[in-house]
Design a protein. Structure first.
Length: 189
């Protein structure tokens, strides 16, 4: 189905979609954002809709995924959760001047190349996810999934090799000084 025709057909039910999203995400602004992201995904995936008569059910599935993505992002985004804001995070100049942990940079090189690439572009180089997705020839949604998996894999590797459970430990890394990582990595390999 043509993306414009699909979005045109779904737009008439936009308020219904926003009400449903509002029940799941809490705030009207978040509900609007989630529905808008779902409309973008629907436009990107319009070619996969086989039966235009089932457009509403097809879109509800996309909307449910967008709501789930919203909740996952909120869990991993302390700025998005008022109860999880750490006063140390407000000290941006000090945090911005820190260099990445040497251990995580070494482990980054051992990740799957596609994972290492998105972390380098988004987290280390500070590029916008939309621009990175375009450069890689993938959808923004795919980039976010890949980035989530990459960060999870790197976090697990850092926890295994360094024995730390918080990324904050990596911001003030003293592994070379204390040999926390060096001994484990040498014995593991």
């Amino acid at each position: 189905m043509d993306a414009r025709a699909l979005i045109g057909a779904l737009t008439g039910e936009r308020e219904r979609f926003v009400r449903l999203a509002r029940l799941r995400v809490g705030t009207p602004a978040d509900a609007e954002d989630v529905v808008q992201r779902a409309f973008v995904r629907a436009a990107e995936q319009a070619g996969s809709l086989e039966d235009p008569a089932r457009a509403r059910a097809w879109f509800y599935r996309i909307l449910r995924h967008a709501i789930a993505d919203h909740h996952r992002a909120r869990r991993h985004d302390p700025v998005g959760r008022a109860d999880a804001i750490d006063p140390a995070d407000l000290e941006a100049p000090a945090a911005a001047s820190r260099t990445p942990c040497g251990c995580s940079l070494r482990l980054l090189a051992e990740l799957r190349p596609a994972y290492a690439e998105v972390i380098r572009h988004v987290d280390l180089d500070g590029e916008e996810p939309e621009a990175v997705a375009r450069a890689l020839g993938i959808t923004t949604g795919n980039l976010h999934v890949r980035l989530h998996r990459a960060r999870t894999s790197l976090r697990d590797d850092v926890m295994h090799y360094c024995g730390v459970a918080s990324h904050r430990s990596c911001l003030d890394c003293a592994c070379d000084e204390h040999h926390r990582c060096g001994h484990r990595m040498a014995s593991a390999g």
